[in-house]
Design a binder for this molecule. Structure first.
Ligand code: UD1
Length: 344
């Protein structure tokens, strides 16, 4: 019998790609999403890609009774991948209570419901934002946690602590915290991808929207950082590689391969790319010229961060190895698809 996995935020960017990989690996998936930053037709597109329609419940994870009912409706859920969260750094500064309520209450509800419904393990979407500006690069999982730069970042730190404290208190659950670096790109079919509301805040959607003419110019936020070309450095990871990390992490939980009840993994490529390098890689991968200009720094930006992913590589037997050119071509194909289908 197929093992049943609950994916919160499963119609979103990373969630939808992960549902595809879970189904391709033989899991049965139940999606819970309140559609606050995604569309229900992601379920159709997942079905088009995999030939399997995941169950979908339009539910807010902050609604304890509704979540309880989901577990009752789908008995035997063995694992949860908890993506559902608000994730816009700037918005979190404007609306901190909304971020604390949404990101914290949803996790608390799930952790309370897991033992009640016999769910064995949870994978939590954390972020490299917990490291702030690391003193040593590439950053390992042992690096100190720095004070969060935003309420959004703080919710990731607090949620990591909530998971640890819950397990330490004797809850029967197991957990894996995945610290994502910068997920980009789209599924090779271009049926699912990143669909930001309004003006994109993240680099790649803004870049592809500029390339296609929706935005006039891409701003490069600063060229006076202490990096080789002066622009910020990040570890950009292909979203499909990232999705696959969840499948191996879930197997690790379900097959009792964990060495500790809470484990943390950096999920990145191990390669840092500057904003300017990324722009040039996009231009050479797609043949499309980008209109960009250097502007001032963006408040709250980290100068440079990239992962040491060796713990994930060795322990999970997983590696992000998609070349950046392929990743950027997938993002471009997705943007073209959005135009062809009249979405953007
Ligand atoms: C941020 C968060 C990260 C979160 C992610 C998703 C921090 C430190 N990082 O990542 O935790 O998971 O958002 O929302 O809180 N850039 C430009 N021009 C643009 C947009 C971005 O030059 O128009 C630059 C930025 O300065 C940065 C890089 O591109 O150097 C990547 O930015 P972005 O895609 O917004 O991601 P992060 O800020 O790294």
């Amino acid at each position: 019998m197929k093992q049943r996995i609950l994916v919160t935020g499963g119609t979103g960017f990373i969630g939808s790609h992960t549902v595809v990989e879970l189904q391709n690996s033989g899991y049965e998936v139940v999606i819970v999403d309140n559609l606050s930053n995604s569309k229900a037709d992601a379920v159709d597109h997942i079905e088009q890609i995999t030939g399997i329609r995941p169950a979908f419940e339009e539910v807010d994870c902050c609604d304890y009774a509704a979540m309880d009912a989901v577990f009752a409706k789908y008995p035997g859920i063995q694992g949860i991948i908890h993506f559902a969260a608000s994730k816009a750094v700037g918005e979190s500064v404007q609306k901190p209570l909304m971020y604390y309520r949404n990101n914290l209450v949803s996790l608390i509800n799930i952790l309370e419901l897991m033992p009640k419904h016999g769910v064995k393990g949870i994978i939590f979407s954390s972020s490299c934002t917990v490291y702030g500006q690391p003193d040593i690069l590439p950053v390992t999982e042992q690096a100190p946690i720095k004070k969060a730069e935003s309420p959004y970042g703080n919710t990731k730190q607090i949620n990591e602590e909530i998971v640890r404290d819950t397990v330490a208190s004797g809850s029967p659950i197991q957990a894996i915290l995945l610290r994502y670096f910068n997920p980009i790109g789209a599924h090779p079919t271009a049926l699912i991808g990143e669909l930001p509301n309004g003006v994109p805040q993240n680099l790649i959607p803004f870049l592809t929207q500029t390339a296609i003419g929706i935005r006039e110019k891409l701003s490069v936020f600063g060229d006076d950082y202490n990096t080789p070309d002066g622009s910020c450095i990040r570890d950009y990871i292909y979203v499909v590689d990232l999705a696959k990390a969840h499948v191996v992490a879930m197997e690790r939980i379900l097959q009792d391969k964990q060495k500790e009840k809470v484990e943390v993994f950096n999920i990145g490529t191990g390669r840092g790319l500057s904003v300017l390098e990324l722009i040039h890689a996009f231009e050479s991968a797609t043949g499309v010229k980008l209109n960009y200009q250097i502007t001032g720094r963006r408040a709250g930006d980290i100068e440079q961060v990239w992962a040491d992913p060796s713990f994930a590589n060795n322990e999970l037997g997983w590696k992000a190895d998609t070349p950046i050119e392929d990743t950027l071509r997938s993002a471009w194909k997705w943007q073209l698809h959005l135009r062809e289908t009249g979405v953007q």
